[in-house]
Design a protein around this ligand. Structure first.
Ligand code: IMP
Length: 437
């Protein structure tokens, strides 16, 4: 029953798309368990750039099954766009390769409206992706959500839409001064979505249970990153769900004992999109260098990402919250060409040195990083497939990160293409080795 959870251990955009793509080759099933179309996984396959927001990137591997779990909030318009694109490209010839949970909630048109309207009114914006994620999760918890399964129960759906719009329209008109939405129009749109999505909607939790019992290899693909987790991130500058490994269970309907290995995906430096504290942010030419060289622009919104030095305090915290067994390090190649590199090893807060990540965004914004400096390297890392081939300075940088993070490294990515990678440990066999110890 080899099952692996992969999660971002920073503020998202750690390069998970490429890692999932690589590991998907060895998996039978790939599962998304949280978030929605706020995520954007960019992949480069055969020189072609592909961005997926909802469907796991494992879909690009023929024969793999991809599953969108109960904890995801689905914008049907976006999902259908992806299905059409993948069908055109010949990746979805077999529709049984895509399964969508009947319990997953829908992102409705009014969720996207509320997200955008609220953001533009906030004195301190969060910098959301405006994809309706927050309002959709709010409605789920308020028991006002529409789920994928509801699309298939036409009469009950009509009643639900009418009742919901009564409240939503009051908010639209009286709070935001916007025009109301028409119930009949929305109902017709949802019926159309239901017709097109019917072949994919099913009981994904039961499917997973059976496949895990059969010994299939399952990869759970986290979206966003730990520091954007609604409980454990830099609240309120976070997304609206749990992004940590534990949510792989709730978000796909399996138990914690069915997870064998948790890996944190960590970029060789830090980035963040949107607002919120970021102690090691670089607002200078080095930040600009990282942004340009690393192509640090949001895959979903195109926004430039804020860039900074590696923050070992934040990443160690993230690995702890996830119970990570190891790390997959990405984008080491972006650092080539920098004369010196800095790693934040602790913070100074109110004149004291601290090694733990503070719980409050307010306190974090007052933390001053304490840095260690290491020499950089000039050489391009493309085509390097072992640690021995790396420049000595790059090896030194990795060793120091490894010491600070205190968990083994599994893979090191040295470029955007599938083949730009150094394999150190195989995640799909590691868990069985671990059991033997
Ligand atoms: P929301 O998830 O759209 O509500 O946005 C909340 C915060 O999470 C904002 O700072 C977004 O920029 C950030 N965010 C959401 N999804 C991603 C992602 O996939 N990568 C990086 N940041 C994200």
């Amino acid at each position: 029953m080899p099952s692996i959870v992969l999660v971002g251990a920073q503020w998202g955009d750690e390069g998970k798309g490429k890692v999932v793509d690589l590991l998907s080759e060895k998996a039978d099933i790939v599962v998304r368990f949280q978030g929605g179309a706020n995520a954007g996984h960019t992949l480069v396959v055969g020189g072609k750039r592909i961005v997926l927001h909802l469907i796991p990137s494992g879909i690009l591997h023929r024969g793999k099954i991809c599953l969108i779990g109960d904890g995801v909030v689905i914008d049907p318009e976006e999902l259908l766009k992806e299905i059409e694109f993948l069908s055109e490209q010949g990746y979805l010839d077999d529709p049984s390769r895509l399964l969508i949970s009947q319990k997953a909630h829908l992102v409705m048109p009014y969720h996207k409206l509320f997200d955008a309207l609220r953001e533009s009114r906030r004195k301190k914006p969060i910098g959301t992706t405006r994809r309706g994620i927050g309002p959709a999760y709010e409605d789920k918890v308020a028991r006002l959500g529409i789920r994928m399964g509801d699309l298939l129960e036409e009469d009950a759906l009509k009643e639900k839409v009418e009742a919901l719009l009564q409240e939503k329209n009051l908010i639209l008109e009286r709070v935001f001064g916007e025009l109301p939405l028409e119930a009949e129009k929305l109902y017709t749109l949802l019926l159309e979505y239901g017709k097109k999505l019917r072949p994919f909607i099913c009981d994904t939790s039961h499917f997973l249970y059976q496949k895990l019992r059969e010994g299939k290899r399952v990869l759970f693909e986290g979206a966003q990153g730990t520091l954007l987790d609604v409980d454990h991130g830099t609240y309120p500058f976070v997304t609206s769900c749990n992004t940590v490994s534990a949510n792989a269970c709730c978000g796909s309907g399996i138990g914690p004992k069915q997870i064998d290995l948790v890996l944190g995906v960590v970029k060789a430096y830090m980035t963040r999109v949107g607002e919120g504290p970021f102690p090691t942010e670089l607002r200078d030419s080095i930040g600009e260098f990282l942004r340009e060289k690393g192509n640090e622009y949001g895959a979903t919104t195109g926004r430039p990402r804020r860039c900074g030095w590696f923050d070992a305090v934040a990443v160690r915290y993230a690995l702890r919250i996830n119970g990570a067994d190891g790390v997959i390090l990405t984008k080491l190649d972006t650092l080539s060409g920098l004369e010196k590199l800095k790693i934040c090893v602790a913070y100074e807060l109110k004149g004291k040195r601290i090694g733990e990540f503070p719980a409050s965004a307010e306190l974090l914004s007052r933390c001053v990083p304490i840095y260690e400096e290491l020499p950089g390297w000039k050489e391009d890392l493309k085509g390097k497939h072992s640690l021995e081939e790396l420049p000595a300075e790059a090896r030194r940088y990795l060793e120091r990160l490894n010491e600070l993070l205190q968990v083994p490294f599994f893979l090191i990515s040295t470029g955007p293409e599938r083949e730009d990678v150094i394999y150190l440990r195989d995640p799909f066999t590691f868990f069985s080795d671990k059991r033997q110890l």
